[in-house]
Design a protein around this ligand. Structure first.
Ligand code: ATP
Ligand code: MG
Length: 397
């Protein structure tokens, strides 16, 4: 391809286009997220054209980095690196010919699409003229049904683009378009996946991690921060609250039956997370629970834990088996950190056989004996640390 041909990226999105009257809002959110993802390339500005986002690339931007960044923007169906072609089909056919020469293939097709019907040729005419040039020059076969290579030509707003392949996007809704949630992030496998699933539904995720330092090591604390950092790639800036649960656990352990400890810890966790949600103006909590996976996740225990708060608790993994969750964690790149052995607040002094069918009356009675829950919560929040995370990481943040 001759170097004077300029490159652009054409971004197509899917689900947002179903949003009717709110469409403009979703498009603005997607644009904002594209700007965040490419904030260190101020010369690349997305603009909206005929239902797509278009990014004209200055010659000096590193294409691979831009492509990698766009791949992790939630809300994109697919995108292509396109060449800006000439409006004169006689020039265009030479440009396409020069471009297609770089690929190895036996059969091909040209697939022109005009969003802009005022163009002087229709799609079939464009396909025929450009296709004939490729056949003449390379002696390749046209195959309209099952070609090895497709050259797409898109015409909109009197501009012509052509490209040869596409990158799949993550799809879903742009982060931030559905509001905020507070996700309880352990250092385990499930909760990072649950947080990511909520991001793909347009939620901005605030992270909360509970640690039992100094009674346990600080590994889960650091691992939770590492996991939140990995997930920040999809939402550009994050808050992670690191809440000490040790004092609360010291109040629970001598005063409540050992079998109920885990449920009492978890009830305090959701209470504290609800307070963070209030501060952050988040509308729901998120956990990585999946029914029946471990003792705290039976239907009875889920009910006993949920009863501690009125804010909704979303459990996006509730019906998934461990294998599929692990597969998603591997794809996300969180798996290796998640399987590092570490003790967090949920494993601290929990008996081998915790209650699996908690009765609410017994749980409430046990909680009565712990002491002043509000005061314990207030103390833990007073000692909470908050870390801000950014992506992409650049000087100044
Ligand atoms: P995970 O793999 O996410 O740790 P799990 O299978 O180990 O889940 P549990 O330990 O019962 O199951 O935790 C269930 C959910 O409770 C977690 O997915 C997470 O949302 C929340 N949770 C548990 N421990 C903590 C913690 N220390 N800090 C924050 N959230 C936690
Ligand atoms: Mg866990």
């Amino acid at each position: 391809m001759k170097s004077e041909i300029k490159k652009s990226i054409i971004i197509h999105y899917s689900e947002i286009s179903l949003k009717g009257g709110n469409r403009g809002f979703f498009e603005r959110m997607l644009k904002l997220n594209l700007l965040h993802a490419l904030k260190d390339f101020p010369g690349v500005q997305p603009h909206f054209d005929f239902g797509r986002f278009l990014l004209d690339l200055p010659d000096d931007v590193p294409l691979e980095t831009v492509v990698e960044r766009i791949k992790s923007v939630i809300g994109i169906a697919y995108f292509s690196v396109a060449y800006r072609g000439d409006q004169d089909v006689e020039v265009l056919k030479e440009q396409v010919y020069e471009g297609i020469k770089n690929y190895s293939f036996d059969s091909f097709r040209i697939k022109a699409r005009r969003a802009d019907k005022s163009f002087y040729l229709n799609s079939t005419q464009i396909n025929e003229i450009v296709g004939a040039r490729v056949v003449e020059g390379l002696k390749k076969k046209v195959d309209l049904k099952n070609p090895e290579l497709t050259c797409h030509i898109e015409i909109f707003n009197n501009k012509v683009y052509f490209y040869f392949g596409r990158h799949q996007g993550i799809r879903g809704l742009p982060v931030g378009s559905s509001g905020k949630v507070v996700s309880l992030l352990s250092a385990g496998i499930d909760s990072p996946v649950a947080s990511y699933r909520m991001m793909t539904r347009g939620c901005k995720v605030i992270f909360v991690h509970f640690h039992s330092f100094p009674f346990t090591e600080k590994t889960s604390y650091y691992n939770a921060i590492s996991l939140a950092k990995m997930l920040t790639k999809y939402q550009y800036n994050s808050h992670i609250y690191l809440i000490p649960l040790a004092q609360i656990q010291q109040a629970i352990i001598p005063n409540a039956p050992a079998k109920l400890r885990l449920i009492l810890y978890r009830r305090m966790m959701v209470r504290l997370a609800a307070k963070v949600a209030e501060k952050e103006k988040a509308k729901a909590l998120v956990t990585g629970d999946s029914v029946g996976q471990v003792a705290s996740q039976t239907l009875e225990n889920i009910a006993a834990i949920s009863q501690a708060v009125t804010i909704p608790i979303l459990r996006p993994l509730v019906g998934l088996d461990k294998e599929s969750i692990i597969e998603q964690a591997r794809e996300l790149g969180t798996f290796d950190t998640s399987i590092e052995p570490c003790e967090d607040s949920c494993s601290y002094l929990v008996p081998k056989n915790p209650e699996t069918k908690a009765k609410l009356a017994q749980v409430l009675a046990a909680e009565e004996k712990i002491g002043d829950i509000e005061r314990l919560a207030w103390q833990a929040l007073k000692e909470t640390e908050m870390v801000k995370l950014y992506y992409p990481v650049s000087e100044g943040n």
